[in-house]
Design a protein. Structure first.
Length: 250
């Protein structure tokens, strides 16, 4: 092969390779991820659901009989909204013997202190087995609130809830993790919150250690009409019991 032909062939191979890599990158970026991951229950034995009024009126006895270990119930949102099924679901889940926790959907445009008060009042008189959760996600929130203001409001809400009950967990997805948690809440030894990550890849997409993982929006569980969010715990059943016993939440 002549030198000119060799150079031309090399350029062609390099160009084709670059185009192929670019096409793969574009496909990965724009592909629609199925919001469901099946897990090996020998590796992830703990099963949990998160439930709100959108799930109707679940039969918690059937849920417990299906092997579910815990439920997180939506209690509040923003500064005034209360989930209309929370108290009913709380009582029924407790009777069924499930480990129970409560979560608050965080509104970007609302004052953090007032959101904390709403959550505290919504859960007043309840006893929980699991730490409170602040649900921080861009979906359903306004797009024009500056990130630094959102982070400050999250910090304010966290501090007030921690002083009232227990340090909250932050629930978010990979974009929320990158925008709100990364380099902001990274030091667990200094009291930064544990992470509940929503991700439909194995392993979940996050560079931080995670405590809970929401791995499905499309799970089907006896006792619930339609689909439900499913979660797991990062550890063995023995780890789970130790984690539960580390909290006293009123």
């Amino acid at each position: 092969m002549k030198p000119g032909q060799a150079r031309f062939t090399a350029i062609l191979i390099i160009t084709a390779t670059a185009c192929m890599l670019a096409a793969i990158a574009v496909w990965r970026f724009f592909r629609i991820t199925e919001p469901h991951v099946e897990l090996d229950r020998t590796e992830f034995p703990i099963i949990g659901l998160d439930i709100s009024a959108h799930n109707g009126l679940p039969d918690f006895d059937s849920i417990a009989a299906a092997g579910v270990d815990f439920v997180y119930l939506k209690a509040s949102e923003g500064v005034s909204f209360r989930d209309k099924t929370f108290l009913r679901n709380y009582a029924a889940a407790r009777r069924a013997g499930l480990a129970v926790g409560a979560y608050h959907f965080f509104r970007f445009e609302c004052d953090g202190a007032r959101q904390a008060v709403n959550f505290i009042n919504a859960t007043r008189g309840c006893t929980f087995d699991l730490p409170p959760v602040i649900d921080v996600e861009e979906s359903g929130n306004p797009v024009d609130t500056p990130t630094d203001i959102i982070i400050e409001r999250i910090r304010t809400m966290m501090a007030l809830i921690s002083s009232h009950a227990s340090a909250p967990i932050i629930y978010t997805n990979k974009t929320g993790d990158a925008r709100f948690l990364r380099e902001q809440f990274d030091d667990l030894e200094k009291g930064d919150p544990e992470l509940w990550i929503c991700s439909f890849t194995v392993p979940p997409i996050t560079r931080r250690p995670w405590r809970l993982w929401q791995h499905s929006h499309k799970a089907r569980v006896p006792g619930i009409k339609g689909t439900v969010d499913m979660n797991t715990f990062n550890g063995t059943r023995e780890d789970w019991l130790m984690w539960l016993n580390s909290y006293t939440i009123q």
